[in-house]
Write a protein that binds this ligand. Structure first.
Ligand code: HEC
Length: 425
C-alpha cells in the first residue's frame, strides 16, 4: 500500500498524537495532566504482541486446525466471517471514500462492514485486501489485512499503518473503531469539513452521511442514502425522500454483496459499540498509567466517570419512531445473551424511544472491560452501585427511572460474576 517512509511518518505522527493526547485527555479527564504516561502504552503499541480473535484465527490457520475457503464472488469474505462468528446480517454499506481502498469505493461500489463485539471486517468488491480489526485486551484495537488473491496459505497480517486514521482525536487518541458522517458527493468523495464522529449521542438528523441505510423508521430524518448535491438539495425540500428504504436495487448491484441491505439496527449498535470500545481502551490505559506511576487511581477517576455515563446511555439521542431493520441482525444480536432467569438481557432492543430496553451497555461483558485493572473495576462498580441505588445525587442520572435502575441491578447480579459482594446483599 505505502512505501517504506510511511513508518517514520507514522512515528512522527505518534509523537504529535501523544502531545495532543495530553490536551485531549485534559478534555475528558480534567486533572489528568499525568496522562502523558499513556505515552508508554502508545510507544509500546508496535512492540507489544497482539492477542484477540483475529490472531487466534491466524494461529488456527497456521496449525492447520481450520482453513479459509475462497470463492469466486467474494474471495475469502464468507469463510472469514464464518470463522470469526461475525454475522452477514450485520452488513453495512458505506459509499464515502473514507478508507485506503478509496479509489474503488463509490455509491455504486460501496464498502461493506461486518462486525460483532470482538472483530470487524471491511470488504470492497474487487479490492485486493480485506481489512480487519479486533478488540485486543492490551492494545485496545489491532488492525489486520488479508489478501484476496487465492493462496495455499492465506495470512491475516497485522498492519499498524491503519492507525494513521484509526488512532486520532476522533478515537480519543487511542487505537479504535470509527463511525463518521459526511456530506457525500455523487462519486463518493466527501466534504471533509462536514465530517463528524458518530456515537449514540449524535442526533439522528446528523447521522449516516455516506452510508446506505435500510429499514423503516417513520418520520425520522437523517443524512443517509444521499449522494451528491442534487440529492442533498432535494432532501432539504422533502426530508422523506431518502427515508424508509428497504430495497437497494435501484441504487446499486446488490448481488455483489452477501446481504442485500445496510441494516439500520446494525448501524445503531455499531455507533454505540465503537465509542464504548474507545472509552474502555482509554480507561484501561489511564488506570494502568495511574497505578504504575503513583499509588493512587485518582487520575483515572474522570475516565471511569466517562465510561459510566456512556454505559448508562445518559444523553443518548432519542429515536422517537419505531425502528425496524431489513436483515436478521436484531434477532441474531438478541440471541447472544447472556440472559437472567426471567429471560432479560442487556442485548434486548427497545427501538421505539431508544436503542435498548435496559439503558446499560452489553459491552460490560466484553474482554475489554474485563481487561480494565481490578482496582479501577472495583471503583467503577462502587460508583455504579451508588448510581443504581439512588445514592448518587448527580443530575446526570436523574432521568434514569427506578424501574431501569432495578432491572439493570438484577440482570447484572445474575450475569456478572466479578461484582463485589455488597451487590448481592
Ligand atoms: C484514510 C483513513 C483510514 C485509513 C488509513 C484506514 N481506515 Fe479503516 N476506517 C476509516 C473510516 C472513516 C471508517 C468508518 C467507516 C467508513 O467510513 O468506511 C473505517 C472503518 C473500518 C472498519 C470497520 C469498523 C469501524 O471502525 O467502523 C475496519 C475493519 C477498518 N476500517 C479496517 C482498517 C484497516 C485494516 C486499515 C489499514 C489497512 C484501515 N482501516 C485504514 C478510515 C480509515
Amino acid at each position: 500500500m505505502k512505501g517504506g517512509n510511511t513508518l517514520s511518518w507514522i512515528t512522527l505522527g505518534w509523537i504529535i498524537l501523544l502531545a495532543r493526547s495530553i490536551t485531549l485527555s485534559a478534555a475528558i479527564t480534567p486533572d489528568a495532566s499525568k496522562a502523558t504516561v499513556l505515552d508508554e502504552g502508545m510507544n509500546g503499541y508496535r512492540k507489544t504482541e497482539a492477542s484477540g480473535v483475529i490472531l487466534a484465527l491466524q494461529t488456527r490457520l497456521e496449525r492447520g486446525e481450520t482453513r479459509l475457503r475462497h470463492e469466486t464472488r467474494h474471495g475469502y469474505l464468507l469463510s472469514l466471517l464464518h470463522e470469526l462468528n461475525v454475522p452477514v446480517s450485520s452488513q453495512l454499506l458505506v459509499a464515502s471514500k473514507t478508507s485506503p481502498n478509496k479509489a474503488l469505493i463509490s455509491p455504486q461500489n460501496p464498502r461493506a462492514l461486518y462486525y460483532n463485539d470482538q472483530a470487524s471486517v471491511a470488504y470492497v468488491p474487487s479490492a485486493e485486501l480485506i481489512e480487519l480489526a479486533a478488540a485486543d485486551v492490551k492494545l485496545g484495537v489491532v488492525f489486520y489485512t488479508l489478501e484476496q488473491k487465492e493462496s495455499a496459505q492465506p495470512r491475516l497480517v497485522r498492519d499498524d499503518r491503519c492507525l494513521e486514521c484509526h488512532a486520532s482525536s476522533k478515537t480519543l487518541d487511542v487505537p479504535g473503531l470509527l463511525v463518521r458522517s459526511f456530506l457525500t458527493k455523487d462519486d463518493g468523495d466527501v466534504d471533509v469539513l462536514s465530517g463528524i464522529v458518530v456515537t449514540h449521542r449524535t442526533p439522528i438528523a446528523e447521522r449516516w452521511g455516506g452510508f446506505y441505510v435500510t429499514g423503516t423508521y417513520g418520520a425520522l430524518t437523517h443524512r443517509g442514502n444521499l449522494f451528491g448535491a442534487e440529492a442533498i438539495a432535494r432532501h432539504e425540500k422533502d426530508p422523506a425522500c431518502n427515508a424508509n428504504i428497504t430495497d437497494l436495487k435501484p441504487f446499486l448491484e446488490v448481488r455483489k454483496y452477501p446481504d442485500g441491505g445496510s441494516d439500520i439496527v446494525s448501524l445503531l449498535v455499531l455507533e454505540h459499540q465503537a465509542h464504548m470500545q474507545t472509552l474502555l481502551t482509554r480507561l484501561a490505559a489511564e488506570s494502568r498509567n495511574a497505578l504504575q506511576t503513583g499509588d493512587s487511581l485518582r487520575p483515572a477517576y474522570p475516565a471511569i466517570e466517562a465510561v459510566l455515563k456512556y454505559m448508562l446511555f445518559t444523553d443518548e439521542a432519542g429515536l422517537g419512531s419505531t425502528v425496524r431493520g431489513t436483515s436478521d441482525f436484531a434477532h441474531w444480536f438478541e440471541q447472544q445473551g447472556p440472559k437472567d432467569k426471567q429471560g432479560r438481557s442487556l442485548r434486548q432492543f427497545d427501538l421505539q424511544t431508544r436503542l435498548f430496553k435496559f439503558p446499560f451497555s452489553f459491552m460490560i461483558y466484553s474482554p475489554s472491560f474485563e481487561a480494565v485493572p481490578a482496582p479501577a473495576r472495583k471503583h467503577f462498580y462502587r460508583r455504579l452501585w451508588d448510581i443504581l441505588s439512588g445514592e448518587d445525587p448527580s443530575p446526570d442520572y436523574r432521568k434514569l427511572s427506578e424501574a431501569s435502575r432495578k432491572a439493570i441491578r438484577e440482570v447484572l447480579i445474575e450475569t456478572k460474576n466479578d461484582l463485589p459482594n455488597y451487590w448481592r446483599f
